[in-house]
Design a protein around this ligand. Structure first.
Ligand SMILES: [Zn+2]
Length: 269
């Protein structure tokens, strides 16, 4: 009888302690994760398209895509750094970097976001405007054409459908990349609008870009304008126009990371 009473007391005390412990650990964990979230710095890899022996698209007066992407990316990286983000560039000068090494670098750096900066080209010189891409298969002939041009320097052929599908199922963060692309596209358009520039919003598109393949974080490619359009080509080289695009990209990043914790939570270190 006596033993039974002690047992009951023991059980009650044990359960009470467990309850208390579980309560403490839960609130402690919440506080700790909140603090961690606040102090976790997002690491972003900015990728200036092309470089070195690969000039990218060429403008009407011999302007090179690789020079515009570098200027835009250097400004973007500097401004993001000022805002407290941790930023790494795939290139800081006129160097050639294979497409696969750019995403591999972002994976190695355990980046939370990957942004590849490009300038568009088209046979139709009147075509101008901005479009943002994420990695996926597509049936849109104009998107295929853009991807073909951007993939031209790739060592592997993108015609291997099996290879692309395997990567999409294993690595691609399609939904997150799509959300990220939407934030960026909207913000660039809004920023260009505020600066009083004429532009065309080509929206968010998807295509199999080699440079986005294998990325283990939300990854996008921005076509910031058309180098083949004389007026837009001129604007893209102007500091004020570059700043408008950079402002748009930065506010797009801020909108995306505020809405989604994905970029923070997916980071391992
Ligand atoms: Zn390009």
């Amino acid at each position: 009888m006596k033993i039974k009473k002690e047992s009951i007391i023991f059980i009650i005390v044990t359960f009470g302690m467990l309850f208390l412990l579980s309560d403490i650990s839960k609130s402690d964990l919440e506080a700790a994760s909140g603090a961690l979230y606040k102090h976790k710095i997002l690491r972003i890899v900015v990728d200036p398209g092309h470089g070195g022996k690969d000039p990218g698209a060429i403008g009407p007066r011999g302007e090179k895509e690789k020079d515009i992407t570098l200027a835009l990316s250097m400004e973007l990286a500097m401004r993001l750094h000022e805002q407290g983000f941790e930023v790494f560039l795939t290139r800081k000068g006129d160097t050639f970097i294979p497409l696969e090494e750019r995403t591999a670098f972002a994976n190695r750096m355990k980046a939370g976001l990957f942004i590849s900066v490009h300038v568009n080209a088209n046979d139709k010189a009147s075509l101008q405007g901005v479009e943002t891409y994420f990695l996926n298969l597509t049936t849109d002939p104009s998107a295929i054409k853009v991807a073909d041009r951007e993939n031209a320097i790739a060592s592997k052929s993108m015609s291997d459908l099996q290879f692309i599908i395997k990567d999409l199922t294993l690595n691609a963060k399609i939904n997150e990349s799509s959300r990220f692309a939407t934030s960026i596209q909207k913000s660039i358009i809004s920023s260009l609008g505020k600066s009083g520039n004429t532009y065309k919003d080509h929206g968010v598109k998807q295509a199999p870009f080699y440079v986005l393949m294998g990325a283990q974080m939300p990854a996008i490619l921005i076509e910031t304008g058309f180098i083949t359009n004389a007026k837009e080509c001129k604007l893209l080289q102007k500091k004020s126009y570059q700043n408008s695009i950079v402002n748009g990209i930065i506010s797009g990043i801020n909108v995306y990371v505020t809405k989604s914790n994905y970029a923070y939570n997916s980071r391992n270190s």
